[in-house]
Write a protein that binds this ligand. Sequence first.
Ligand code: ADP
Ligand code: ASP
Ligand code: MG
Length: 445
Amino acid sequence: MKVLKFGGTSVGTAERMRAVAGLIQAPTGQRIVVLSAMSGTTNALVNIAKLLYEGDTRAGTLQIEVLRQHYHIVTKELLPDEDTVAEGLKLVDESFKSIFNLTRQPLGAAGEKVILAQGELLSTRLFHLYLTRVRGERAVLLPALEFMRLDQNEEPDAAYIREHLAAQLDQYPEEQLFITQGYICRNVQGHIDNLKRGGSDYSASLIGAAAGAEEIQIWTDIDGLHNNDPRVVEDTYPIRELSFDEAAELAYFGAKILHPSSVLPAREHGIPVRLLNTMQPEAPGTLISAHTGEEAIKAVAAKDGLTAIRIKSSRMLLAYGFLRSIFDVFEKFRTPIDMITTSEVAVSLTIDDASRLPEILEELRSFGTVEVDHDLTIICLVGNLVQEQHGAAGQVFDTLRNVPLRMISYGGSPNNISILINTADKRRTLLALNEGLFRRATAAL
Ligand code: ADP
Ligand code: ASP
Ligand code: MG
């Protein structure tokens, strides 16, 4: 079994969908194809839900109609004759009917999730129709809402997913090709939910783990995971091989090509993940596996929107149990800590999710003085940093001698150095690292 996931751009037009139909023919054996919504759709649905939530039903309804018309055009471009177009338009209008129905009453969180789910339902239904009715292929449309589920902690429920996916697949022992939705799932109450933005990668990895797949392929619009953020730096290049740990760190710390949690299920089951480019299918892309290469620093990623908290207390000096009391506060408010550094009298840490910040600060003030900084960015450098003889850390700090560094974390894992900077300095930091670490390295080859 192989899992092949195609992202929004890869299924973004009728032409791209046709190309995907060709690409999924190459691997032999059983395949589960996971699709995102067509590019732009989830953003449009988020906007519609926002308008309805704010009570602007008029603008909301107008935007729904604009999107429906767009899907009518796509359907006519994708399908060749009147009969299949009529079938396609019927599928499209079913999805839009469920959105229009939600304009009748004030929109709540549950209704919003139903709206957001329509993107992946639309793309998979249209693609499946095209494959089976136009290309005459055998393919089964698997409903993700029947097997993809969150537990009471809002985390994917691996046991449930394994059992229910197997039950779905067992109904079709003769079939080789399955199509399903990324991103969407049900929560513990059985209501429609999702795996957060970019979640189709996570779906693919969860499905791969649940089905015991031999490989997970993530097809996107770039030829693999690059050594630096291609949205900021010009001359980046794809990294051929990454270990699970390296890829997990880069995904979590801002490499947008992968959803932050998407490497974890694959790592747990030792399933290789290949990042491939739909626009350039012959490019080798990136292979993520248990194996790691020799390079000292392989890649850099940046994660914005961080908040730093510094707690200063003389009670910390020579005391034990102090850190635990601090961690208890974050556990109580279910807020993960990303980075932490300590001295004898102070602890600095960063959080990504500041939604419970006021309550967290109030409790922390009972330990000492508390300072907060916003608009911070973590720069994460990943590679094989076990052997300090590479002098990697020294090279990094030399490169960044003109950038104010707010926190540094080194040694927590053998493959990562993290640095906290002001977001205003992000661009020049990424450019400086490119110049100092990668340009110099490629020039020496
Ligand atoms: P998809 O819609 O296929 O899921 P995404 O837009 O989520 O695609 O991810 C691909 C994009 O991620 C690329 O177009 C690129 O701009 C961005 N990106 C950010 N950091 C990296 C990186 N280190 N390597 C590759 N792509 C990256
Ligand atoms: N369609 C969802 C999004 O745009 C999920 C995904 O594309 O991975 O966030
Ligand atoms: Mg994505």
